[in-house]
Write a protein that binds this ligand. Structure first.
Ligand SMILES: NC(=O)c1ccc[n+]([C@@H]2O[C@H](COP(=O)([O-])OP(=O)(O)OC[C@H]3O[C@@H](n4cnc5c(N)ncnc54)[C@H](OP(=O)(O)O)[C@@H]3O)[C@@H](O)[C@H]2O)c1
Length: 342
């Protein structure tokens, strides 16, 4: 079986990774259609020896498609995902538009693949920090029973899109030339800085990104009572988010057992040998499918607690890779009927 696949937002940071990963993982495609805004219509995108002409995304774009992966904006997803679903094209959405909609499954294939079966034409992909954090937390939850966690994120600029990556590079170039730095994608200069502000602030003092980490973890893990408090920070790293986590569990914890369960979990790679200066770092986990988990130690504040550090490519596990894994799940479980064979 092969599928006609569309990427909405193909010219963006996540869209470019989607083109790469769909090919790299040999997703069965009879056709790939690249969609973006009217601004990009007519542009050529190439990947290895293939090239495509970008088309403007419209409701009619989905008439002939079987699967559309959205990585544009929440506003566009709200408008076009239902149009795709209406036309028998399953929408896999990277934006936050549908993640907390009770009718839309929020899926991390290593954790809750069965949720995808409940789709009504739309499947949501989680927030990038949440997906990366869960690659460390979930195997520990299975073993010890997660009760609550605290987390601080170290989020790469690519999490804010292609223009944000360029902004960090431009600021570094300007700094080396002694020129004034231009700030437009972030609230402050990001070069040589940390910004404890990702997405908008809510009345309770947390940001929307911090709310997403709590609410999406609850939905993915099926734990509506889970407690978590997070602080999300933008750092001058180009690619791959890192998260420092302190988690409390129901059962007594054991560091060796924790390392074992992380080591065999399919979404994680254990890198935990501090004596040899081995721990996960964003530079080592860029363009890697697994997220690195290390610095696992008994938490000094919780009774049944573990402290850990996770680094993972949020453009991959936090967005494009997870979306392609969902597409693979859709294919494996026949969750959509390809139009060509209908
Ligand atoms: N970056 C990450 O790590 C990450 C992780 C998880 C989720 N996400 C989510 O994924 C989505 C894309 O993020 P990104 O980082 O790839 O952003 P980006 O680099 O800014 O790319 C945005 C893409 O959306 C397209 N677009 C914007 N407005 C459009 C419209 N009206 N019609 C059609 N296409 C439109 C752009 O096309 P043009 O080039 O034509 O403007 C571009 O292809 C966002 O919802 C983001 O929250 C991103």
């Amino acid at each position: 079986m092969s599928y006609r696949v569309g990427i909405v937002g193909a010219t963006g940071a996540v869209g470019q990774e989607l083109i790469d990963l769909l090919h790299r993982r040999h997703f069965p495609m009879s056709e790939l259609v690249l969609l973006a805004s009217a601004r990009s219509a007519g542009k050529t995108i190439t990947w290895q020896d293939k090239s495509w002409t970008v088309q403007e995304a419209t409701p009619e774009s989905f008439e002939t498609l079987d699967i559309a992966i959205f990585s544009a904006s929440g506003t566009l997803s709200k408008e076009l995902c239902p149009e795709a679903a209406k036309r028998g094209c399953i929408a896999i959405d990277n934006s936050s538009a549908f993640r907390m909609d009770p009718k839309v499954p929020l899926v991390v294939p290593e954790i809750n693949p069965e949720a995808a079966r409940e789709h009504n034409g739309i499947i949501a992909n989680p927030n990038c920090s949440t997906a990366v954090a869960l690659m460390g937390l979930y195997p520990l939850h299975r073993e010890f029973g997660l009760k609550r966690f605290f987390a601080a994120t170290y989020q790469a600029v690519s999490g804010a899109g292609a223009a944000a990556m360029t902004e960090l590079e431009d600021q570094l170039h300007a700094w080396t030339k002694g020129e004034e730095l231009t700030v437009s994608e972030f609230p402050h200069q990001i070069a040589f800085n940390l910004i404890p502000h990702v997405d908008v602030f809510y009345d309770d003092g947390y940001t929307k990104e911090e709310h997403k980490m709590l609410n999406e973890s609850r939905k993915i893990l099926g734990m509506p009572e889970l407690k978590a408090s997070t602080t999300c920070v933008r750092v001058p790293v180009l690619r791959a988010h890192s998260i420092a986590i302190n988690a409390e569990f129901e059962k007594p914890v054991d560091v060796k057992r924790a390392q074992e369960v992380v080591g065999v979990f399919e979404g994680a790679e254990l890198v935990d040998n501090p004596a040899e200066k081995q721990y996960p770092m964003p530079i080592d986990f860029s363009c890697k499918e697994k997220c690195g988990v290390g610095r696992i130690r008994r938490d000094a504040a919780f009774d049944n607690g573990l402290a850990l550090w996770v680094s993972g490519d949020q453009l991959w596990k936090g967005a494009a890779l997870n979306a392609v894994q969902i597409a693979e799940l859709v294919a494996k479980e026949n969750l959509v009927t390809p139009k060509a064979s209908a």
